[in-house]
Every structure is written in C-alpha cells, then in structure tokens.
Design a protein around this ligand. Structure first.
Ligand code: NOJ
Length: 568
C-alpha cells in the first residue's frame, strides 16, 4: 500500500470515527467528553525520579551511576547537559513537599538512587548512611503532610561499578545485587513505604540502554542486547517480589508492583487483518514483553514466534529471545500486586516485512511500521502526540489481557520545547491532562481497575538524552538560576481543580477552570520575566562584591607596604 493511500485511509478512519457518539470503546468512540467523578479514595499525585531531579551527583558519599558517567561523555546528551545539579531536589525537597501539599496530593512518586545507598552497588562493600538519611527525611516529611510515598527502586541509575565489572543488565548477577539493594530498602524504609515499584519502564532500559545506545550505558547490541537485559530485569523483579512476599509482607503489609510504559498501537486499516495483527504485535513487543511473563508466566507467543523464526532464518541454533525454564515461569508468574502504567502517546501501525539478515534488531523483529496522523497535536517532544482515546484503549487492553489487575497510572503528561521566552500559560498541557484524565475516567466506567493517577512530572527536570530541552513539569524550573526556583504553570491550577473535584463535575464548572488558570499564570509570567534581573543582582552580591572587597584589601596592603618602606 502506498503511503498516500495509507494516509487517505487514515483520514477516512479518523473522520468516520469522530462522527460516532457511542460510548463503547470497542466501537472506536473518540472525542466526546464524559462528565463525572472518580470513586472516593482515588489517589492523585505527581512524580519524578532520582537522576532526573536530585542533583548532588557526587555529594555525601554517593557513588557514580551509569547515567552520571554517560552524561559526562561529550556528544551523548543534547547540548552536553548533565543532571549534576538539575532541580537540586536533594536540597529542596522540603520546598517541593510544600508545593505538593498546596495541590492536595494524595501521593508522590519518586525513585531511590541505588548508588546513593550502595556507592559501589554491593551491600557487602559499603552502605551510605547519609543517603539513607536523605530518603528517611523525604519519606517522613511526606507522611507528616499526609502524602503517600510511591517508591521506585530502579529508575535507570545502575551503579557504574556494576556496569564496569559485570556488564550491567547483560549479566545475570544483577538479579542478586538488585535483590540485596531492594531488601535493604524494605528493611530501612518499609515500615513507612507501602507502595513499591521494582522497575520503571524496563523497556527503555533494555532497548535504549543496550540496543540503540541512546541511553546509558550506551551499548549497541542489536538484536540481542535488549532481550538479554529484559530477561534479567524480569527475573530480578520476580526475585524482589518474592523477597518482599516471604520476608516483609506480613509485617509491613505493603504492595510490590512494576511500572511499564506503553504507547497504544492502533491498526491503520481496521478492516485489514494484517494491520490488526501488526498493531497487536506492537503492544505485545512493548508492554506484553514484560507483562505477559509476570501475569501469565512466559513471553507473548507472538514474540517467541517472530524472534524464533527470524533467528532460525539467520542460521542461529537458538532464538535470540532467551527462554525461561518451567521452574522460572512458575516463579515469575503472579509477581505483581499492582501494575504501574506509564503512557504518553499512540501510533498507527501497519504490517511490513523485514527480511531477516545481519541487520536484525528489536525493531525489525516486529515486522511493522509506525505512523502518526499529522493533525495530532505535538507541542513538545518529537515522539509525543496527544491522542487521548489511545489511553482508554490501552487500559482496556490491560484489563482483558492480564485479568483486570489493580492499576496505578505512574506517568502521564506532556512536554514543551524550550522557548526563548518562557510561557507559564501552558494551554496545551491543561488540554492534555483534561482529555487524558477523562479517557481514564471512561476506562474506569468500562470496568478497568484504576486506583490512582500520577501526573508526569512535578517539576521540569533532566529529560535523559534530550537534556533540559524538554520540559514536562507542572512547575517551571529556572535552571540558569543557582537556586533553581520553581514557578507554577497554569496547569498547576487546572490539575488542582481536577483533584479537588475528584474529576469533572459538570460542563459549566469545568469550562471555567481554564479561564481561571490562565488569569493567574499571566501574572506569574511577569514574575518570571523579572527573574534574570534577580539572578543578576545575586551575581552582584555573591561574586562582584567579595571580589571588589578582596581587591581593596590587597591594594591597601600594597599601599601600607610602600608607606612602611619609605619610613625605614
Ligand atoms: C518515561 C520515563 O520513565 C521518564 O523518566 C521520562 O521523563 C518520561 N518517559 C518522558 O520522556
């Protein structure tokens, strides 16, 4: 099918679908707004992660992570940025909790930096008590403010030592090292933390870390690296779940889950069986890769079939997709008390054959092509198109595939590209939150078991290989100012209203929210515009004044010496 025909088909599809007012998701309903509220006790919050926000990369005994090292190499990150300081969350967490309190968050999602606790990755080596104290203080202050901590154990910052010594997630020994780290976290924090996420978005760690090399540790092991890393990550997840289950659950009464990221994949032509299967493959290779072993005991059949066939065609004796033994399958199956879902966008998918050969990769193994509708809004990151209806479909897919598990949405949000003039009036983000949260509400009405929602992210922060060029925050952070001040964007006011109404009460009220939010943001904009002046004044007091004083003292000393010489 030519690209032009495909696009035409796409437009026809979009048009015919937007005319349909039916509420049933299976009938492709898109666009209509549903007024209603969430169940009592629904949990609202926002999130961030250690490397993206903490800064203090070499302070108080912290060891290096693969991200510290990767970001310091030239040419890896946009403008060679690093998160050495980022939002300075390590020092400013009290201020941040005040922001959360004002927004009436029920929870806050953050991650623990493994090398801040075990600087060399290994328990036997050294436990960094200062690192423990930081997380203790953070957790205690959250609880004092009635904010539930949702804690991720691995948000991509593997201790560098483990990479150098063993090859990181390419090596099976990571399973035990990660288990030791998790076990210590349960021991030290588990009396207060009741929601644990083992891994954040392992798809990215595996594919971008070991297949494309765009992320740390930057390996390009095409066609094998990602599968191997994922295999060990899944085993590590299961081991940590069992550790909690056998050693801590009865005392601590918490839950252990995993957070998986997935785009939704929609067939380009919904009447074409090959496109339907390609779209399903897209989601199976994305989320199913991790979720199917954890919920159903093994990799998705379609992954085993495709990768197995292509490996055989390459002349390999075994599949590039590793195999779980039957014991392992039983051990891994059922190791999830709740499923975290990170979701940002959607793709149209069509079938495309990639002949197998030396260029095999995770991407060609799937035999498909991803497309986007050029009319989808894409305000920020290149990959992020706003397609709210895809969210409801993904949530329903999870419900049917994995036996309606308890779900927490662990990431959802939208970025903006850095502009020369900062705009705190983030219209498109309000629209994104409104529409995506509304689709989640529809999914709830469909019977999907969603318990909470985490806006991504609380603050603008380091956006991995994109550096600071993409801003996801509800709060704008001025990274040029040493104090990293935070400024609320309009979406703060908007999200606040969703939280206080626990949803969308009625049309009249919801429509007034946007107006009220934009009224406040224009005055904040002026404040921010004045900020360069403030930073300049700070520079005057902190650098110029001491320098001038030192010079004066020196001059006075020289003058005095001359005087004294003249006298004797
Ligand atoms: C998923 C990652 O988990 C998160 O760290 C990142 O900020 C978002 N994607 C947006 O790219």
């Amino acid at each position: 099918m030519s690209l032009q025909r495909m696009l035409k088909l796409l437009y026809a599809l979009v048009l015919c679908v937007s005319a349909n007012e039916d509420f049933d998701w299976t009938k492709n309903e898109r666009g209509s707004f549903y007024y209603g509220t969430f169940p009592t006790g629904f949990s609202w919050g926002a999130g961030g992660s250690a490397y993206q926000t903490e800064g203090a990369w070499d302070k108080d005994g912290k060891g290096m992570s693969i991200w510290d090292v990767f970001a310091h190499k030239k040419g890896k990150i946009f403008l060679n940025d690093t998160a050495d300081h980022s939002c300075e969350g390590y020092y400013k967490f009290k201020d941040d909790i005040t922001l959360m309190k004002d927004m009436k968050f029920n929870h806050y999602r953050f991650s623990i930096s493994w090398p801040r606790i075990f600087p060399n990755g290994i328990k036997a080596d050294h436990i960094n008590e200062k690192g423990i104290k930081y997380y203790d203080d953070l957790i205690n202050m959250l609880l004092d403010n009635n904010i539930t901590p949702i804690v991720t154990l691995y948000h991509w910052d593997l201790p560098q030592v483990l990479h150098e010594k063993y090859g990181g997630w390419q090596n099976a020994s990571m399973v035990n090292y990660f288990n030791d780290f998790a076990n210590l976290c349960f021991e030290r924090f588990g009396d207060r933390v009741k929601y644990w996420i083992t891994f954040n978005n392992p798809w990215s760690s595996a594919v971008e870390g070991y297949e494309t090399g765009e992320h740390a540790p930057g390996l390009k092991l095409k066609g094998t690296g990602a599968y191997k890393a994922a295999h060990h990550i899944i085993k590590a997840h299961a081991k940590v779940w069992h550790t909690y289950d056998t050693q801590w659950r009865s005392k601590q009464k918490g839950l252990v889950g995993i957070s998986l990221l997935a785009d939704w994949g929609e067939p380009v032509d919904i009447t074409n069986q090959r496109d339907i299967e390609a779209a399903e493959r897209y989601v199976q290779f994305y989320m199913g890769w991790f979720a199917t072993p954890i919920f159903n005991g093994d990799y998705p059949q379609v992954m085993k079939d495709y990768i197995g066939r292509k490996s055989a065609q390459q002349g390999l004796g075994t599949s590039r997709l590793p195999v779980f033994s039957s014991q392992e399958k039983t051990y891994i199956k059922g190791t999830c008390d709740f499923l975290g879902i990170g979701h940002f966008t959607t793709r149209y998918i069509t079938q495309k054959n990639y002949p197998s050969g030396r260029g095999n990769s995770y991407f060609t193994d799937r035999d498909l092509v991803e497309l986007v509708d050029p009319r989808w809004p894409d305000p920020g990151s290149e990959w992020l198109y706003s397609v709210p209806w895809g969210f409801r479909r993904l949530l329903n897919f999870v419900k049917t595939q994995y036996g309606n598990p308890m779900i927490y949405v662990t990431e959802n949000g939208v970025s903006e590209k850095v502009q020369r003039c900062t705009d705190l009036c983030d219209e498109w983000r309000m629209q994104y939150f409104k529409d995506y949260i509304n689709e989640m509400l529809k999914a709830l009405k469909d019977g999907v078991n969603v318990k909470g929602y985490t806006a991504w992210s609380l603050l603008d922060k380091f956006e991995w290989d994109e550096g600071f060029s993409e801003r996801f925050g509800l709060f704008y952070v001025d990274f040029l100012n040493k104090n990293k001040p935070r400024y609320p964007k309009a979406s703060v006011q908007y999200y606040k209203r969703i939280i206080s109404s626990n949803g969308f009460p009625n049309q009249r009220e919801v429509e007034s929210w946007r107006r009220k939010a934009t009224e406040t943001c224009s005055s904040s904009n002026q404040l921010l515009a004045a900020d360069p002046l403030t930073s300049h004044m700070e520079m005057v007091t902190e650098i110029v004044v001491p320098t001038v004083c030192t010079l004066c003292i020196l001059l006075a000393a020289v003058f005095l010496m001359f005087l004294l010489r003249g006298r004797f």
